[in-house]
Design a protein around this ligand. Structure first.
Ligand SMILES: [Ca+2]
Ligand SMILES: [Ca+2]
Ligand SMILES: [Ca+2]
Length: 154
């Protein structure tokens, strides 16, 4: 059994974008985020300035992962930094979720990656859909067809 899975990063919801109220805190009321979202081994970097508390950010980035009997799970991760000019960058809290054959890859429902610490709080919403699926017999037929085509058009 072989399947192609599509993971769509729908949006990022920022509840707390930084801490702004202390002596050594971020000045102003917005922050500079560089968030890495990794699906299997493919990475997307979301880099955005002027990120405020309680803000939603549509993403719409799609990833494709091929799975089969030898690859029965993969991981979706989020991690990153909040960028500062006058001090070291601040690490954003990270999280990860394993999608697998055992729960049908989370297909059909919205998945959430949540991460929070005392300075930051955000969620990454994504959906998983099945693009196609074929069994060994169909796979054999496709291979035969491809081979025949190469024979006709070398
Ligand atoms: Ca900061
Ligand atoms: Ca900053
Ligand atoms: Ca800092």
């Amino acid at each position: 059994m072989e399947k192609r899975i599509k993971v769509t990063i729908d949006s990022i919801q920022v509840r707390k974008s930084e801490s702004y109220d202390g002596w050594f805190s971020e000045p102003g009321n917005s922050a500079e985020w560089s968030l890495n979202i990794t699906v299997d081994s493919q990475q997307y970097n979301w880099r955005a300035n002027n990120i405020r508390d309680n803000s939603d950010h549509p993403i719409g980035r799609e990833f494709y992962v091929d799975v089969n009997n030898n690859k029965t799970q993969f991981v979706v991760r989020c991690s990153g930094i909040e960028i500062d000019d006058s001090s070291a960058n601040d690490p954003l809290p990270a999280n990860e979720l394993t999608l697998g054959q055992s729960n049908d890859w989370g297909i059909g429902s919205t998945q959430t990656l949540s991460a929070a610490n005392e300075d930051f709080n955000y969620k990454v919403f994504f959906t998983v859909t099945k693009v196609y699926q074929f069994d060994d017999i169909e796979l054999g037929r496709i291979r035969t067809r491809l081979d025949l085509n190469e024979f006709i058009n070398p």
